[in-house]
Design a protein around this ligand. Structure first.
Ligand SMILES: Nc1ncnc2c1ncn2[C@@H]1O[C@H](COP(=O)(O)OP(=O)(O)OP(=O)(O)O)[C@@H](O)[C@H]1O
Ligand SMILES: [Mg+2]
Length: 613
């Protein structure tokens, strides 16, 4: 197997670990699911628990050695000769205990880090492959919360709770057996309270679990509010709604406080309750042991060892409460993360062979219906035909379904009725990856990354491109000169650490990004809405040359753009109400002529004003 030359900061243990499909970790039983999440790292984890066992055994042996020392050595005549040996024994046991404990902590932490690391990687990748509808439905703050805070809770589960529970069990078994070797009845009497303790803990486990889930949900709500306020800070300021937003946040924050307090109250009741139980157990057992020692049933050395062992059983039991509480938080987080993992990805079928080799660009819509997940019909019986290389323009009032219509072509969403064919093949039979490679979309509200302008423009091509190609695309989008004027030209950073772009500049860079991809089918969703008329004319001119042999769908409101289209579709409330060329439509009554007349009137008025000035 070839070893990749790329250095990985945290080297995965095996390739099997890298390719682990998190879906295998989905389980009804959350504990089982968590264990499956650690697949591939489990050997290390078992090592951590085994070291823990070694360390516990060494500790208990120390106590037994102490008993031996008090009972057998202390009063012997040759005590001076034996003491060094016993001391050596103590030292050796301490060494074993210490190093085993160190290894256990180290390995557990490493397992936990690796589980979290892989889970984060998986979630990041997975989130980018889910459907558009899932992202419509889920709030960003909620997803952020799950990908960070919940992954962290799972990490803590492995480093703290998993090992902690293992520790309690091991200490219990080892010391219980050790006390049994001293006296069986004493051993049994030392643990009478434990079943009660476990029952009480389980009861609180359920309560605290529910309470924690409620708090985590509220926290997600809070991060959504915060995230939206930060993204929309301009709107908040522009409408002077700071006060309203502050109150809203405070209300949410108060709710979180209340839920957090509920959690604290539960803890506050639980702790003293278990303390009383554990204390009663200790006192009872000490007394009983003391009586036995006085009666001579056990020796003084045995009594001393017993006290130490009992503490090792009972004291960790007090931790059981906290562990159980935290385990419940790990489990809730497991649920919240699994909800994402459970979502099916949008199948891209990157490897399958597409039904056509090369897209010509003939598009036929035949009585296409469409609705989003909420079932409200958005498009009704859309039918039209577009020959390869033609330009189709869409006109319609806001909310009439133009964006929804063009989004069907790259299969961002699937149509719910009728048929769409591309070059004679049903759209559903194309792999999504193929469609997206051949269809370029300039979105209505383009998004640019906080990277350099060049990186943004070359984002979609996935290969090395020359400066000339980048410049050509930027020129066609009428943005080359603007970019050249920036301090670092094409290397200027976009966003907070670089330049702040205007709406029109953003649109044009997004246009250059799509043009560089050189798609067979071009979709421009209001791509020049934020651009002045003159610049738009320049873009239109450049585009007309680029569009010559490619099919394009253009959503536009300006008649100048619509005039040159081979076919204009006029949409109203999800239906095509008019279709034809500019000259056909201008001859009819309807939305198209109204729009045209209105725009002409405005222009005439403007021209008159300019002439008279
Ligand atoms: N992701 C979505 N989920 C559910 N409904 C949606 C979604 N996107 C749009 N809609 C609804 O579909 C209808 C058509 O919206 P669409 O965005 O297609 O209109 P449009 O013609 O592009 O409008 P505009 O000119 O304002 O961009 C609207 O009623 C809108 O509320
Ligand atoms: Mg739109």
């Amino acid at each position: 197997m070839a070893v990749s030359a790329k250095p990985t900061p945290v080297a995965p243990a095996t390739t099997e670990v890298q390719t682990y499909d998190m879906k295998q970790a989905l389980a009804e039983n959350r504990l089982l699911g968590l264990i499956r999440m650690a697949a591939g790292f489990r050997r290390l984890y078992v090592g951590a628990i085994a070291s823990l066992a070694v360390s516990s055994i060494a500790r208990t042996l120390t106590l037994l050695l102490l008993a031996y020392f008090v009972d057998e050595v202390l009063f012997r005549d040759d005590v001076r000769q034996v003491v060094p040996l016993v001391a050596l024994g103590f030292l050796g046991l301490a060494l074993v205990e210490g190093s085993a404990s160190y290894l256990s902590g180290r390995w557990a932490a490493r397992t936990a880090e690796q589980v979290a690391w892989r889970l984060r990687n998986y979630l990041y990748d997975h989130l980018q492959r889910l459907t558009f509808s899932y992202h419509d439905r889920m709030q960003t703050g909620e997803l952020l919360q799950r990908a960070t805070s919940d992954v962290e809770a799972i990490r803590r589960f492995f480093v703290e709770q998993g090992v902690g529970i293992g520790r309690i069990l091991i200490l219990f078994v080892v010391n219980f057996i050790a006390i049994m070797t001293i006296r069986v009845d004493l051993a049994l009497l030392s643990i009478v309270v434990i079943p009660v303790l476990v029952l009480v803990s389980l009861y609180f486990f359920k309560k605290i679990s529910a309470s924690y889930e409620a708090m985590q949900d509220q926290e997600a709500k809070l991060s959504t509010t915060l995230q939206e306020n930060l993204s929309g800070v301009r709107v908040v300021k522009a409408f002077a709604r700071q006060e309203y937003e502050r109150e809203k946040f405070e209300a949410d924050n108060w709710e979180k406080f209340l839920r957090g307090r509920h959690l604290l109250v539960l803890n506050a009741v639980y702790w003293p309750l278990t303390d009383i139980l554990v204390g009663a157990q200790q006192v009872g057992a000490y007394l009983l042991g003391a009586i036995m020692a006085i009666n001579g049933t056990i020796t003084v050395g045995q009594y001393m060892a017993f006290v130490g062992m009992l503490n090792m059983i009972v004291n960790p039991m007090r931790q059981l409460g906290r562990l159980i509480v935290h385990t419940s938080t790990g489990m809730v987080s497991y649920d919240r993360v699994s909800e994402i993992i459970r979502q099916t990805r949008e199948p891209l079928h990157e490897d399958s062979t597409p039904p056509v080799e090369r897209v010509r660009g003939e598009i036929v819509f035949d009585r296409v219906d469409f609705h989003y997940d909420n079932e409200t019909p958005v498009l009704h019986e859309i039918s039209f035909r577009c020959e390869p290389g033609q330009t189709i323009a869409l006109l319609g009032s806001t909310g009439s379904g133009k964006t929804s219509l063009v989004n069907l072509l790259p299969r961002f969403y699937d149509y719910t009725g009728g048929s769409i064919t591309l070059d004679g093949v049903e759209l559903r039979d194309y792999p999504r990856s193929f469609l997206r490679a051949n269809i370029g979309v300039v979105e209505q509200e383009p998004f640019l990354f906080s990277r350099t302008i060049r990186e943004n423009i070359t984002y979609g091509v996935g290969r090395e491109v020359s400066d000339e190609e980048v410049f050509a695309a930027a020129r066609a989008a009428a943005v080359h000169d603007v970019i050249e004027e920036f301090p670092d030209g094409y290397r200027t950073l976009v966003g907070e650490r670089g330049v702040t772009l205007s709406g029109g500049q953003k649109q044009r860079i997004a246009l250059a990004r799509t043009l560089l991809k050189n798609p067979r089918i071009l979709i421009l969703d209001d791509a020049t809405s934020s651009v002045d008329t003159e610049t738009e004319a320049a873009i239109r001119h450049a585009l007309r040359q680029m569009m010559q042999d490619r099919t394009s769908l253009v959503i536009a409101h300006r008649v100048q753009t619509l005039m040159h289209a081979d076919l204009v579709l006029v949409l109203d409330e999800g239906r095509i109400v008019q279709q034809g060329t500019h000259s056909q439509l201008i001859a009819q009554e309807g939305i198209y002529r109204e729009t045209f007349d209105m725009q002409s009137r405005i222009e005439e008025a403007l021209e008159k004003e300019i002439a008279s000035a």
